[in-house]
Write a protein that binds this ligand. Structure first.
Ligand SMILES: *Cc1c(COP(=O)(O)O)cnc(C)c1O
Length: 306
């Protein structure tokens, strides 16, 4: 990966090479940590803006709250720290990774005295599944792994340990020659990708799984808002994988994946097997919004002070 100059750790900007943790950090052993993925884009006017920064900072605190991790930083402090880190690294466009984790001290599962740490790293990161994926769509495969049930992990927390499920599914898909995995919930209904929410369009109606078994994606919320503002008929409900086989179009949303069209699922073409009109129009609007070209959604952008 591309390294940068500085990483924010507990309020200090330290050199990239000095951003170290102790090997007995509790989170490293048991996966009890929460994180965010945020993007900062270069706008058309030459400024840089972080997309939905306050919503991401709020979700980081909410995730911590769900896992009973005491976050010592306020939402505003987290947002300001992200902006400071971008500025310190002189980046116009980047991915931002805040991570809240439990440090060393007690090793027991019930540890209560360990310090909660926050780190924020930023680095340049292009299209997560590649430029070709954004343009032509991806080949998706239903995973042999299920999305965890609501009472085994907490589905509203963006937690580090939860990503074992995502990584197993992602590797399985890659090893079988697919771009990404589709995870079903324990009842067999469509849940989401490894780190993306899913939408499909069929007969003019757009559907996305309700939030019960999936992470409440901020890009998911963005897309729902954009489509509803355009008067598109959109429902949040359960559906099966074979409804995607016969859908007109389908796409993934996520901060990393942005809006990635799904060309096929389980070797069945979705629609014509290339990005459909709703997906393409949505991409166009989305990329205009994040680059500050849509005044009505300017409230989603936080400019990086120059
Ligand atoms: C982060 C994540 C998403 C996408 O959420 P955004 O807020 O849009 O980035 C979807 N699913 C899972 C499991 C995630 O961890």
């Amino acid at each position: 990966m591309t390294t940068t100059d500085k990483i924010w750790m507990d309020g200090e900007l330290v050199d990239w090479d000095d951003a170290q943790v102790h090997v007995l950090s509790h989170s490293l052993h048991y996966g009890l940590g929460v994180f965010e993925g945020i993007r900062c884009y270069r706008c058309d006017d030459g400024s840089s803006a972080v997309f939905r920064l306050d919503d991401h900072a709020r979700r980081l605190r909410d995730s911590a709250h769900i896992l009973s991790l005491d976050c010592p930083w306020s939402q505003d402090e987290i947002a300001t720290a992200c902006l400071d880190t971008i500025k310190a690294n002189g980046l116009k466009e980047c991915y931002i990774r805040p991570l809240l984790y439990l440090g060393e001290g007690e090793m027991g599962l019930a540890a209560t005295s360990n310090k909660v740490h926050l780190s924020i790293a930023v680095w340049p990161w292009g299209a997560y599944l590649g430029d070709d994926a954004i343009k032509n769509g991806i080949r998706l495969k239903t995973s042999s792994l299920q999305r965890y049930t609501v009472n085994s992990f907490m589905t509203k927390a963006k937690a580090t340990g939860q990503y074992i499920n995502s990584i197993l599914a992602s590797r399985e898909a890659a090893n079988s020659g697919y771009d990404e995995a589709l995870l079903l919930d324990v009842d067999g209904f469509v849940a989401e990708g490894c780190g993306e929410n899913l939408f499909m369009a069929r007969g003019g109606r757009v559907k996305t799984p309700n939030i019960a078994t999936v992470l409440e994606g901020i890009t998911r919320d963005t897309v729902i808002t954009l489509l509803r503002d355009q008067g598109v008929d959109l429902v949040e409900e359960r559906f099966t994988r074979d409804e995607i086989y016969i859908a007109d179009e389908a796409w993934f949303t996520g901060t990393a994946a942005e809006i990635t069209p799904i060309a096929s699922l389980d070797d069945r073409k979705v629609g014509p097997g290339k990005p459909g009109p709703i997906t393409k129009a949505l991409q166009e609007t989305f990329f205009a919004v994040i680059r500050g070209k849509q005044p009505s959604y300017e409230h989603w952008l936080t400019r990086v002070p120059s």
